[in-house]
Design a protein around this ligand. Structure first.
Ligand code: AVI
Length: 322
């Protein structure tokens, strides 16, 4: 499609699907895994025993909640706790409950792209922790980081849990951290989860469970193209394939075409030809060590204040300031 035809795309999703499937090697962005079905599959992934990340971070928050409370509520000053990509808030509730029980003065501002997810979270929290002051913010990370920057008054603490940063390539991660830095003042803090390099088999198992939940999650991007753009992908004609490079710490997810096939996408007026064993790259899940996190922080102009880890050092939460 020529530049003058780009206006025929009705969404960025359509445009990115077009671009990703007409270049070589083919790729699609993992941000499009998430619709109502994808959200539910990700909840199921977080509950799988193989997906150690959730339990590790939960344990870190549980184990260190007192120290974290002192850090966030410095000198008893009130603060606003922002959370990017709040989801169902399962891990955050550990902190929220502790802060409320200890009369720490704060309000909670969960941010998510999905208003539906925010409404559910707000209802659950109103029920479970009625004393909590909660103000939801709907929008993309970029829009809401700007809103965070504008909100004057209280000190800010920004949570970004789940090693969500790992879905970004390093240059994008630096850009994202720079945006975060620009949205905070010198007294504010950023608290972020970074999954650590570990036994490669543990990582492969976490991203390739035998029950096939991760496979369904990966293939949901094709299911969405079928539903939303009139595609005719046959999901069984693709393998979910995971690789992990222990040198770079990068886990990559692919969809691999099991046979030579042609797929059409009606609303893009597009026919895609795939050779047998041709790949569509869909996700990266970066694993880190201290040196890489230090490097990312330096590139973005942030300083590491402290870090917390679980007993087996599988996962870390770092605290940054500018
Ligand atoms: C959301 N994100 C941090 C998850 C991850 O670990 O990369 C998404 C995921 N992909 C497969 N399993 C979980």
């Amino acid at each position: 499609m020529q530049n003058n035809e780009i206006s025929t795309f009705t969404s960025v999703f359509e445009q990115e699907v077009y671009e990703g499937l007409t270049t070589h090697p083919k790729h699609l962005s993992s941000k499009y895994f998430y619709d109502e079905i994808g959200d539910k599959l990700f909840q199921d992934i977080m509950a799988m025993p193989e997906y150690y990340l959730t339990d590790c971070e939960f344990d870190i928050l549980e184990e260190h909640k007192e120290t974290i409370a002192k850090l966030f509520g410095k000198n008893g000053e009130p603060f606003s706790l922002f959370e990017l990509g709040a989801g169902d808030g399962k891990k955050t509730k550990v902190l929220l409950r502790h802060f409320i029980q200890n009369n720490i003065s704060f309000d909670y501002r969960p941010i998510d792209i999905s208003q539906n997810a925010l409404d559910q979270l707000e209802d659950a929290l109103n029920h479970e922790i009625p004393e909590l002051q909660i103000n939801t913010l709907q929008g993309t990370y970029f829009e809401t980081l700007r809103a965070i920057g504008d909100s004057n008054g209280r000190r800010k603490v920004i949570l970004f849990l789940g090693s969500n940063i790992g879905n970004l390539l390093h240059p994008q991660a630096v850009e994202f951290l720079k945006n975060m830095k620009d949205s905070i003042n010198p007294d504010d803090l950023i608290f972020m989860g970074f999954d650590q390099k570990k036994n490669p088999q543990t990582i492969l198992d976490a991203y390739n469970d035998k029950t096939g939940i991760t496979e369904a999650f990966n293939k949901n991007i094709l299911a969405r193209i079928n539903k939303e753009m009139g595609g005719n992908f046959i999901l069984d004609k693709f393998l979910h394939w995971e690789v992990y490079d222990p040198e770079t710490g990068t886990a990559k997810s692919y969809l691999v075409s099991k046979e030579k096939q042609t797929v059409s996408i009606e609303s893009l007026a597009l026919k895609i030809r795939l050779n047998a064993w041709e790949t569509i790259h869909t996700e990266i899940s970066q694993k880190y060590d201290d040196a890489v996190v230090q490097w990312l922080a330096e590139q973005a102009g942030l300083k590491i204040v402290t870090e917390f880890t679980d007993a087996a050092q599988q996962y870390k939460n770092y605290v940054f300031k500018k």
